[in-house]
Design a protein around this ligand. Structure first.
Ligand code: SF4
Length: 442
């Protein structure tokens, strides 16, 4: 059996000086870097690059900032400067010609970009939450919002818990504060990510935390409602179908949260799910999807599946294909099972031969293409909201419906439009294929 060894993620060190506002910036930069696949280094020696978030308010603070930059250069050598003193780039460069980049305060995207240039991220489909294409800086109009780290489950094919540990949720006030700042800065769509979004807050007993005089409870339903009130689209990723996910449906029906769920089912056959040690009961899931759609008829479900997991029989696989059809899964990615170093599944018997995996993968993709195409056909003739991602300046634009996440789902291709990236426009859908919709301004 070939076992895949994963590349080590680049490590970032951070020295954060100054006021609480600078600390919030540091938090946001680190959150973004974590969701881009970076690891944090607690010391200079282990860091591939060191960020110094400076303060330039008083002369004493400037002196402290310059000293911190000097120390980071001496101890590590690969240093990026940001924060208030970044506005005095000339002073910094004159004193420390070796700094890799200097960015000003709140230039959060520029800092992250500088880190990407200094220590490029190593995409890994086994651990990344953000799709590979999304590892570039996301455009200003949509942002990933990471609400927790780690996971309490122990799925046999997964090494996340051993890499990242058990679930650690961010306080709800910190999440809402970050989201509010993103919306203020122009974000129109918040993509909520974590390893297990529906478990958010379990580790901190759903404790409330305060921001600007209000309390925010760390529970996914409350968080979804609070985020929904910020006025941006809110898209939920990595939801497991626990019973309380039912409570998200009224929020979708009210328009506070997009009618979209990204649920990584991985399989449907009870025997395979048991062998995988997955946190979901398949029979109840079909019932639950039916009941969700009775409240939110437009609900789109995107998922990922693994074929060729050890012990998967032809019957298990056929069960999966039938289930896909019955569940009406709108979009699905499919992976051929691969052993990853450190995963418990490596000890399982019943390895599926490569050619069988390959054949099942093709059958899966064909079945899903048929299901996706049929579901998209139902959208023809409707008027829907579309968020614009790109415009060619000649009347053409590509955007996404509420049913499509960036990078992983389909697009809406528009003609005769003057819309610009970030605009949300009303569109009449004229046509569809198995991936995309085609439309004109309504
Ligand atoms: S739920 Fe399972 S697959 Fe997902 S991160 Fe946790 S252990 Fe890994």
């Amino acid at each position: 059996m070939t076992v895949k060894t994963l590349p080590q993620p680049p490590k970032v060190g951070m020295v954060s000086l100054g006021c609480p506002k600078a600390l919030v910036d540091s938090e946001r930069i680190l959150t973004k870097l974590r969701s881009d696949g970076y690891a944090m280094s607690p010391d200079y020696a282990g860091a591939d690059v060191v960020l110094v978030n400076t303060c330039g308010f008083l002369d004493s603070a400037k002196a402290e900032s310059l000293a911190a930059i000097g120390e980071a250069i001496a101890e590590n050598g690969r240093v990026i400067v940001t924060g208030c003193m970044g506005n005095e780039a000339d002073v910094i460069r004159a004193r420390f010609p070796d700094v890799l980049a200097v960015t000003g305060s709140h230039q959060y995207e520029a800092v992250v970009e500088a880190v990407h240039a200094a220590a490029p991220p190593v995409p890994s489909p086994f651990v990344d939450l953000v799709p590979e294409a999304g590892l570039k800086l996301t455009p200003r109009h949509y942002s990933y919002l990471k609400i927790s780290e780690g996971c309490n489950h122990r799925c046999k094919f997964c090494i996340i818990p051993s890499l990242r540990g058990d679930l650690v949720s961010r306080p709800a006030a910190a999440v809402v504060r970050e989201a509010a700042k993103l919306v203020e800065a122009g974000t129109k769509e918040l993509l909520v990510i974590s390893q297990d979004t529906s478990a958010y807050g379990v580790d901190i007993r759903h404790a409330a935390s305060k921001w600007e005089g209000r309390e925010y409870r760390a529970h996914i339903t409350d968080l979804a409602r609070d985020l929904g009130k910020l006025g941006a689209w809110v898209r939920m990723h990595y939801i497991y179908p626990y019973p309380h996910v039912d409570q998200l449906m009224p929020l979708m029906a009210e328009g506070l949260v997009l009618p979209y769920l990204d649920i990584p089912f991985q399989h449907a056959s009870p025997a395979v799910l048991r062998r995988m040690a997955r946190p979901a009961n398949e029979a109840k899931v079909l019932e639950r999807i039916r009941s969700w759609r009775s409240i939110v008829p437009d609900l789109a479900i995107r998922s990922t599946f693994i074929v060729g997991f050890p012990g998967e029989t032809e019957d298990d696989f056929r069960y999966l294909l039938d289930w896909l059809e019955e569940a009406g899964i709108d979009r699905a990615g499919c992976f051929k099972y691969e052993a990853v170093e450190g995963a418990a599944a490596n000890a399982l018997d019943g390895a599926v031969p490569e050619e069988v995996k390959e054949e099942r993968w093709h059958r899966f993709m064909a079945a899903q293409a048929r299901i996706s195409a049929a579901r998209l056909q139902c959208r023809i003739g409707r008027e829907i909201d579309v968020i614009i991602d790109e415009a060619d300046g000649e009347g053409g634009a590509t955007g996404r419906s509420q049913w499509d996440a960036p990078e992983i789902d389909g697009q809406v291709l528009l003609r005769d439009t003057s819309a610009a990236p970030g605009d949300i426009v009303r569109v009449r859908i004229e046509d569809a294929d198995e991936t995309d919709l085609f439309g004109v301004p309504a």
